[in-house]
Design a protein around this ligand. Structure first.
Ligand SMILES: NC(=O)c1ccc[n+]([C@@H]2O[C@H](COP(=O)([O-])OP(=O)(O)OC[C@H]3O[C@@H](n4cnc5c(N)ncnc54)[C@H](OP(=O)(O)O)[C@@H]3O)[C@@H](O)[C@H]2O)c1
Length: 311
C-alpha cells in the first residue's frame, strides 16, 4: 500500500481509507471482516461522521462495539470523523462552538476512544462564524481530544474564511471524485469554452487551491457513477468506460475496482481515496489500485471513455 506523511501532520497515512458510512446494519462478524481486510491490505485509516447511521453516531458506535479495540490496536489505526450535519429539527448544518464540542464528545464516546486523529467540518454551514470554529478547535486541541483538523466539501474561499481565525492547519478536504463524477478535474481542462457544460466551473479551482496549500484531497464515492446512484463498474450505462477498465484490469492483472482507484491515486495531487464498500473482497481488490501507476495515455483514455471532453 502506498503511504505518505500527511502534510501538516506527523501521520503516515495510506493512499486508501475505508469509509464507515454503510456499516450500521452490519453484524459484528461483518464489521470485523471489513476491518481485518482493510488492515491486511495496509489500510489502517477509517473514516466516520457523526451523521452516519440510522441515528447520530450510529456507525461510530457500531464500529466500536463490533471491534472492541485494545489500546495498542487503537494506537495502530487512524480514526477520522466529521462534525456539523445535524439531524434533529433538520437536516441542517451547524459549525457553532457548542455543536462542534458536543458532537466530538459524542463521537469519542461512540468510538470508545480518547482522541480523534483528524476531525473534518462535514459540509459548509451557511451561517458559519469562524471565530466559533477557532474557539472550538483550540479547546479540543488543548484537551487532547482532536489531533488534527480539516474540512469536507469546502471551496477555496470557505477554507480561507476559516483560516483567517483557525490557527491549526486544515490538512484535508474530503470531496466527491470518481472517474465519472470528476468535476474537480474536468473543469480545469475546459476553461473558457462557452459551448461546453464541462467548462462551467462548479468547483471554483478547489483542486489547484488544495495542491497549492498542502491540503490533501480525500476522494469520496470513488465507485459511484453520480451522487449515490450506484457504481459505474459493470454498469451497462457505461459500456465504453467498462471496456477500457476491463482491458486495463487484464493488463495489470488486477480486479476492476483497482483501476477505478488507480485513476485517482495516479493524480500527482497525491490524494487519498475513501471507499465505502462493506465487502471485504472489494477492499482487497481496490487496494491493489494504489500501487498501480497508470500511464498518461491510460489515464486520459479512461477520462475520455467516461464521457469527458479533451478539447
Ligand atoms: N464527506 C462527504 O460528504 C462524504 C459523502 C459520502 C461518503 N463519504 C465517505 O466516503 C465513503 C465512500 O462513499 P460511498 O460508499 O458512496 O463510496 P463507493 O465506494 O463509491 O460506493 C460503495 C457502494 O457501492 C457498492 N458497490 C457495488 N458494486 C461495487 C463494486 N464493484 N465496487 C465497489 N463498490 C460497489 C458498495 O456495495 P458493497 O458494500 O456491497 O460492496 C457500496 O454500497 C463513505 O463510507 C464515507 O466514509 C463522505
Amino acid at each position: 500500500m502506498k503511504t505518505f506523511v500527511l502534510p501538516g501532520t506527523d501521520l503516515v497515512v495510506p493512499a486508501i481509507v475505508t469509509g464507515m458510512m454503510r456499516i450500521q446494519d452490519k453484524s459484528d462478524a461483518e464489521v470485523q471482516a471489513l476491518y481485518e481486510a482493510s488492515l491486511a491490505a495496509g489500510i489502517s485509516f477509517f473514516d466516520h461522521a457523526a451523521v452516519y447511521g440510522s441515528e447520530m453516531h450510529g456507525c461510530e458506535r457500531r464500529f466500536a462495539e463490533a471491534l472492541t479495540l485494545t489500546p495498542s490496536q487503537r494506537d495502530g489505526i487512524i480514526l477520522q470523523t466529521k462534525v456539523g450535519i445535524v439531524r434533529q429539527d433538520g437536516p441542517y448544518f451547524d459549525f457553532s462552538h457548542d455543536e462542534i464540542v458536543s458532537s466530538v464528545d459524542a463521537s469519542l464516546a461512540a468510538l470508545g476512544t480518547d482522541r480523534i486523529d483528524i476531525l473534518l467540518l462535514h459540509r459548509p454551514d451557511a451561517l458559519v462564524e469562524p471565530e466559533e470554529v477557532a474557539r472550538a478547535f483550540d479547546e479540543l486541541e488543548a484537551q487532547g481530544k482532536v489531533r488534527h483538523f480539516g474540512v469536507s466539501n469546502h471551496s477555496p474561499a470557505q477554507v480561507e474564511l476559516l483560516k483567517r481565525w483557525v490557527r491549526q492547519p486544515l490538512v484535508a478536504n474530503q470531496l466527491q471524485l470518481s472517474i465519472t463524477h470528476a468535476d474537480l478535474i474536468t473543469q480545469g481542462m475546459s476553461i473558457n469554452m462557452g459551448a461546453h457544460d464541462q467548462s462551467v466551473d462548479r468547483t471554483i479551482g478547489t483542486l489547484d487551491y488544495c495542491r497549492l496549500h498542502d491540503i490533501t484531497i480525500q476522494a469520496w464515492s470513488p465507485f459511484q457513477a453520480g451522487f449515490f446512484n450506484g457504481p459505474f463498474l459493470g454498469n451497462p450505462d457505461y459500456p465504453e468506460l467498462n471496456a477500457v477498465i476491463d482491458r486495463l484490469a487484464a493488463t495489470y492483472d488486477v480486479p476492476t475496482e483497482a483501476i477505478a482507484i488507480a485513476w485517482i491515486t495516479r493524480h500527482p495531487a497525491r490524494m487519498q481515496v475513501v471507499t465505502g464498500t462493506t465487502n471485504p473482497d472489494r477492499v482487497t481488490a481496490g487496494a491493489k489500485g494504489a500501487d498501480i501507476v497508470l500511464t498518461k495515455v491510460e489515464w486520459y483514455e479512461l477520462y475520455r471513455a467516461a464521457g469527458h471532453l479533451v478539447p
